[in-house]
Design a protein. Structure first.
Length: 431
């Protein structure tokens, strides 16, 4: 393993004497504080002299970081390794056709047993050279980490847990605390370069082939990794809108019920622009809940006993299947109305269809879907079918009869317009 020499690390010898501390008990990660200041936009109410203590699961940390590794100074960085150089001579090139899952699966088993990455041989004159291998400032937004969520690079999370908002510190991580960084950096580089997406590998041998194009990362897992991290911001789970994968089923349901009242108030005030993002978030949460174990358990209980039952456990003890579907239908119905008012016809059609899948007799959803389809000028046969069903069931009802007649007139006009366009198009081809 290449060990950094003091003469090669001038940045670790600042003009001011700054103390170093161990992040891990074995000294595998060492910290050196560079500066401390509380940014104006920091959301955590800690002063610069107060350390953030007890990061809980789900906290969001926003950071800027730069990473350096130590490579042999005689390594040729301009020439990428071929797959055979990277993974051995037993390389069968059609095992890399990852379009077939079965072949890809066989590939991973085969090459795990037969090949390993072969690093370029070191010479007696090889000396460590400090090389930048990662920089989050290349992205337009700060790098975000959810604490306690099994992040790819555990060492980076361990470093952040020792920091305060506004602090900049340098960390030296020794193997095996560098594990995971190579995979993270390769993924970030591929995300920045869409043309490299086809290089994403499904097996260990495929990853070696991808890594051969990033020679600066070859030694990361076997040499010290230097991280300079600035903690920009830290937020508790209650202070930001969490992603779906961060939330349990019960947390999703609680957020739906919390936002439901606000969405209703905004709709009653006809503040459609303000209501749309609230309703859209609820629609996403409910669609995710629909396929969750919590609702599937309730469905099984209903089938077995023919009556709504509580799901086992305390997490959803207050939720019944009927209550869920009532909220599901009403949320989609309000979202459809809001989308129709804002002329977001595609979203309106999707929400109306979701309502009709659960309640085929819902006249409002059928009328709104017909209106949206006619406004778009697509699926006119579908719109005609909706209007026919509405006229048959609600043709004499005062709230619907006028709307049905008006939409039928618009539908006929749209059909005539489409027919004229088709005649003109085919007439030009026939002539």
């Amino acid at each position: 393993m290449l060990a950094p020499q003091s003469t090669a690390l001038p940045l670790w010898s600042p003009t001011e004497t700054v103390g170093r501390s161990r992040v891990t008990e074995d000294g595998g990660i060492v910290k050196m504080i560079l500066s401390r200041q509380v940014p104006k936009n920091a959301t955590v109410g800690h002063s610069s002299d107060t350390e953030i203590v007890g990061w809980e699961r789900g906290w969001k940390a926003r950071i800027q970081y730069t990473a350096w590794s130590f490579l042999p100074d005689d390594l040729d960085m301009s020439t990428g390794l071929t797959s055979s150089e990277c993974c051995g001579d037993k390389h069968d090139k059609h095992c890399h056709d990852h379009s077939d899952n079965r072949r890809s699966s066989n590939c991973s088993h085969r090459h795990n047993e037969e090949t390993q990455i072969q690093l370029p041989a070191l010479t007696s004159t090889s000396r460590p050279k400090r090389v930048k291998v990662g920089d989050s400032s290349l992205d337009s937004v700060p790098f975000e980490i959810r604490m306690g969520m099994k992040f790819t690079v555990p060492a980076m999370e361990a470093c952040i847990r020792t920091m305060r908002v506004g602090e900049t510190a340098r960390f030296l991580c020794l193997p095996p605390y560098t594990d995971g960084y190579t995979q993270l950096e390769v993924a970030l580089r591929q995300q920045r370069d869409p043309s490299s997406q086809h290089q994403q590998a499904r097996c260990a041998h495929g990853f070696a082939s991808v890594l051969s194009t990033h020679t600066d990362l070859l030694y990361v897992s076997t040499t010290p990794l230097e991280l300079e991290i600035t903690l920009l911001d830290a937020q508790s789970p209650d202070e930001f809108e969490r992603e779906l994968w961060e939330m349990s089923s019960q947390e999703k349901w609680e957020e739906v019920m919390c936002k439901r009242t606000r969405a209703k108030d905004l709709c009653l005030k006809q503040e459609w622009k303000a209501a749309q993002p609230v309703l859209k978030r609820n629609v996403v949460l409910l669609e995710c809940l629909k396929t969750s174990n919590m609702i599937q358990d309730l469905e099984r209980e209903r089938i077995l006993s023919e009556r709504p039952q509580l799901v086992d456990g305390q997490d959803a003890a207050s939720l019944t299947l009927q209550e869920f579907w009532n909220v599901y239908v009403s949320t989609h119905s309000n979202h459809a109305l809001c989308s129709l008012k804002l002329e977001d016809y595609e979203s309106c059609i999707l929400s109306c269809t979701a309502v009709l899948d659960k309640d085929s007799t819902n006249a409002k959803a059928r009328l709104r879907r017909a209106k949206a389809a006619i406004a778009i000028g697509r699926d006119l046969d579908w719109a005609e079918d909706d209007l026919t069903k509405l006229k048959r069931c609600h043709g004499n009802d005062a709230p619907f009869s006028a709307d049905i007649k008006r939409e039928q007139v618009l539908l006929r006009q749209k059909k005539l317009l489409h027919a004229a366009k088709e005649r003109q198009m085919f007439a030009g081809k026939l002539n």
